[in-house]
Design a protein around this ligand. Structure first.
Ligand SMILES: [Zn+2]
Length: 378
């Protein structure tokens, strides 16, 4: 039977529970090498472990570490703990819960990854040797809080020869105050000389069933609305059963979808406004054809504001929404048939109420734009 040395903390994933419980925080080795497949939550585990090492609560009274309440824990959570040194290359920075964990300049942290190509991208996946030296140097100064100091390195493969040798030197000369928490997605790429100086701990991944269940729960409301079970399963399997990797991919796909539909909405709105400013000459079929793929609600809202402005220009001579189209709107207000305007206004309202109705957007848009054209008829 495994002795439960360390009760499970809130942030530990269910599939890591057994490993976490075996840690004796009072007797940690000088260097721990956590290894396992990418995307299974190793970094979260490592951060939790780092926080537990730095936590200043009395284990016997709190029963669990990190307590998340002591001064040290609060510093840790706000990325201000002076005794946590994390070496993470720019490419992986977004995986940290707080991007400025070790006070790196923000621009380096926020460097957009998609703009990096070739060498720059490759470079950003490595930890600079100067960073390692700085970390090692700072270890010779006593820990700020008088307790332990943690050096967290992720991923270990991000150290090139020179940086790895610098790390190796400090692993060879143990410093009792310092705990190294090293992470690797590919244990076979880690220098044997480094490996041999660490306690190796393999972090498992969940079973397929547990992993899928976790994934569904942690996609939140997204899972109910837009993501099919098939997509969840397919992505999970593509990622070799790594739930966090699957989650990141699914969420980034949604983000792209949102970006796409926002871009689509903004160009459709521009086309619609330009068409409506032509009044009687509105190329309504052509316009409906060009904009019908944009979200219907956005199109209707745009049309509604436009009609409001025509009405408002007619009644009080002022606009509320589209002041940059003032010239057109004032002219249209003079031409529009007010009874038909009211009728169209009601049609748009009605369409908005049923905007999720499966009727084709193009057909509905054509009908509304034709009505719009007739505002300016004889
Ligand atoms: Zn604490």
């Amino acid at each position: 039977m495994i002795e439960n040395l360390n009760p499970v903390s809130r942030a530990i994933y269910p599939w890591q529970k057994a490993v976490w419980e075996q840690f004796d925080l009072e007797r940690l080795p000088q260097a721990i090498l956590l290894h396992g497949q990418a995307g299974i939550g190793k970094l979260d585990f490592a951060l939790e472990l780092a926080q537990a090492v730095l936590c200043e609560a009395d284990l016997f009274s709190t029963g669990t570490k990190p307590c998340k309440e002591c001064q040290a824990c609060r510093w840790f959570e706000t990325a201000n703990h002076p005794d946590l040194i994390s070496l993470v290359p720019p490419l992986y920075r977004h995986k940290l819960p707080h991007a400025e964990l070790e006070g790196m300049p923000k621009q380096e942290v926020d460097e957009p990854e998609e703009k990096e190509e070739g060498d720059a991208k490759k470079e950003s996946s490595f930890i600079k040797v100067e960073q390692v030296r700085l970390a090692i140097d700072s270890m010779n100064v006593g820990a700020h809080r008088g307790g332990k100091r943690v050096v967290l390195i992720y991923p270990l493969e991000g150290l090139r020869t020179e940086a790895a040798n610098t790390l190796l030197k400090s692993l060879e000369e143990p410093n009792e105050q310092t705990v190294f928490i090293l992470l690797s997605d590919h244990l076979d790429r880690v220098l044997p000389t480094i490996r041999s100086r660490c306690q190796l701990i393999a972090l498992p991944k969940p079973t397929r069933e547990d992993g899928l269940q976790w994934l569904q729960t942690h996609l939140g409301s997204l899972a109910e609305q837009k993501i099919s079970l098939e997509e969840i399963e397919a992505t999970f399997d593509e990622q070799g059963g790594a739930p966090l990797a699957a989650r990141e991919i699914i969420l980034s796909r949604r983000l792209d979808d949102d970006k796409d539909s926002m871009a689509l909405a903004s160009s459709a709105t521009r086309i619609l406004l330009e068409a409506m400013s032509k009044g009687k000459e509105i190329p309504w079929i052509d316009c409906a054809e060009k904009i019908h793929k944009a979200p219907f609600g956005v199109l209707l809202a745009c049309m509604q504001r436009w009609l409001f402005d025509i009405q408002s220009a007619y009644q009080i001579g002022e606009l509320r929404y589209y002041r940059r189209h003032e010239k057109h709107l004032q002219a249209l207000a003079r031409q529009a048939n007010q009874a038909r305007l009211l009728k169209l206004w009601k049609s748009v309202l009605l369409a908005r109420r049923h905007e999720n109705h499966p009727l084709s957007t193009r057909v509905q848009m054509e009908s509304l734009l034709l009505q719009y054209q007739q505002l300016f008829g004889d």
